[in-house]
Design a protein around this ligand. Sequence first.
Ligand code: LLP
Length: 422
Amino acid sequence: MDHFDIIDGELHSEQVSLEAIAEEVGTPVYVYSAATLSRHARVMKEALASLDDPLVAYAVKANPNPAVLAILAREGLGADIVSIGEYRAARAAGMAPGDILFSGVGKTASEMAEALEGGLLQFNLESVQEAVTLSAVARDLGKTAPVALRINPDVEAGTHAKITTGTADNKFGLPIGDAMDAFAMLRGLPNIDVTGVTVHIGSQLTSLEPLETAFRALGGLIDELRRQDFALRLADLGGGLGVPYGPGQPEPPTPADYGAMVGRVTANWGLRLAFEPGRLISGNAGVLLTRVVRIKPGEHHPWLIVDAAMNDLMRPALYDAYHHIEVVRPGGGRMTVNVVGPVCESGDTFAMAREMDFAGEGELVVFRTAGAYGAAMSSGYNSRPITPEVLVDGDRWALVRQRLDLASAAALPLPEWLHGRH
Ligand code: LLP
């Protein structure tokens, strides 16, 4: 459920008119609803309420806006981070060091050192080689690093290939068959404390089955580790639960169904559980608000050209992702159009042959479910500015990231040797 509704014929975010935001900030602009973010955080926590002290660590990569993180910190969420930039953002937002998990295959020694000094719950490591580096870093700092190994259970997640992470052809985790040997090696490394195991098989999962298969495989490994006297404390079950993207799209299981499955599968694990939801928390809490630049006639359907583009919302170009498109002031009948942005690539296409409410030149439309992996993945391609972000809370709103002209922000004077060159 989200808080984007029609009030007096016009789409609002909570009590705020999207037209008013577009008027003041310009378009395109991302708009987030604080009430929706809080609601999703609470729904996830309620779904896991029967577990003993679960940790919900928001996957910061989904939407790292400081205002978003601050709301989630207030809801008591921790953070799953994949870079030192995300670590700093989580800490600045008020997330406790003891609620931070550090994931990712390519952590550098300097990132490890900063996180270890600043404090964290656990490094989720993806290889023995990574553990060797961390051991040296920890020894130099005179500290002990809490670590989990990420297991790759070779389970097909049933989602888009580019967001599948738990098969043998993905770079992530250790093959489960190699796990016992890897754990044994970790035990021999100085300044390493083996605290847990972790698994994450992909994103936008619309069935619980692959998750259950992966968790059962992890359960088998936990048993074996116990028999070898590893004193594990935490099993991190990753993120990945899908969200509804709109009409005609797969309906994912509810967080409550997910929580019930987890409760069943992990009943006798005797470990604290952690979760890393990203999309579930922020996906439906945001829209990308854009204005129709013009309608160009087309061979099969007219081209509805909007002022947002693939640089603002990459998901359709990258994953053929569906984003529901709504008109801010509906009522002008229906139309079937190809919805595209101004970028000079054919991939800059949001939807082909989409039947939707009529929107004419100058009118506002939104791309729904843009709160996760939207602004987070934006770029300045075609010398387009980075799109600003707005947070709505009840009847108030604020700009929480300004429009950024990368070309001028990153510009430097030309090197002298380039002057006067013919
Ligand atoms: N934990 C780990 C280790 C991850 O790699 C991810 C996502 C998550 C948690 C959060 O997954 P979520 O709950 O959001 O599904 N850009 C893609 C999604 C990439 C997901 C990367 N990893 C998209 O727009 O669909």
